[in-house]
Ligand binder design. Sequence first.
Ligand SMILES: Cc1cc2nc3c(=O)[nH]c(=O)nc-3n(C[C@H](O)[C@H](O)[C@H](O)COP(=O)(O)O)c2cc1C
Length: 313
Amino acid sequence: MVTERMKQLDWDSAIEGAESPEIRVEKVSRINFVRYAGASGDFNPIHYDDDFTRAAGNETVFGQGMFTAGVLGRLVSDWLGIDRLRRYRVRFTQRLWPGDDIVCRGRVVRRYEEGGERKVDVQVVALNQKARGAHNRRRDCGLLMQGELAKPDAAAFKQAVARFASGVTIVTTALHDEMHGITASAFSSLSLDPLQVLVCIKSDSRLKEMIVASGVFAVNILAAEQRDLSDYFARPGRPPARLDDPDLPFRPGQTGAPILRGALAHLDCTLAAAHPGGDHTIFVGEVCATGYAEERAPLVYWRGSYRDVASAS
Ligand SMILES: Cc1cc2nc3c(=O)[nH]c(=O)nc-3n(C[C@H](O)[C@H](O)[C@H](O)COP(=O)(O)O)c2cc1C
């Protein structure tokens, strides 16, 4: 199969009449027919047995429809991007004979907006060497332009992710004689070997700078009765706390990161990696020490409110 590196269709270039690069398959062989027949469960001897196919009145074996559909599928997935494809319909119009060359190409037939989405209809066609349509489909490939072209609404995004029930943590660090912490639910266990967790912290937060500078952080998993602490550490403009404040409900962990007294569990970490993640930074921590309490209910956050877990035992 002769192919060129294909530039994917984008919204700006999807003007009516815009053409795709071509995919060519030269000298189609019987082996091609048999492979595709097998793959699609259509193992009819008419595609590979000369005697059989002649007895059925044909000159020789001929191509199984899934073969051209497969090549067309390759064009569609490379040119349009399979994750953006909404509908794809194929009509078989011609047989394919051994030795035929196939050329697949596509063309934009319509670009439009519908229901807040940007869509493009394309026609893709496979022609054999006699320039007859081997497989043909008109106006039926709806391409949904997504990503940067049609950004999902941020409010809808928030509503969707708010339906993920999570626990609540306070992520802390200490630098010199100060400590800082923020309420965070973007926490996950990451790896068993080595023992790692991750947290996602707003990149413009003071905590991010402090974790980078200190190289340590602790994840404190809150118990149901620690709602007030969650509210406090989510409030913007909190003054930094001094580590020697006797009222501070934290003690230094093994790494020096503050561990919350009365938390359901804690993970005391050294910073293993920091990755950019949009407007957040993904901190990966190597766990040095852990602790947990038995038989206490967690603080749960779901759809913008704290919730009770029916049974925590
Ligand atoms: C339940 C809950 C979960 C939160 N999860 C995160 C989180 O995972 N990452 C984050 O950066 N902020 C999260 N926040 C928001 C921060 O706690 C909040 O923006 C805080 O004010 C940040 O502290 P700062 O003002 O010192 O930057 C969450 C807030 C709440 C109430």
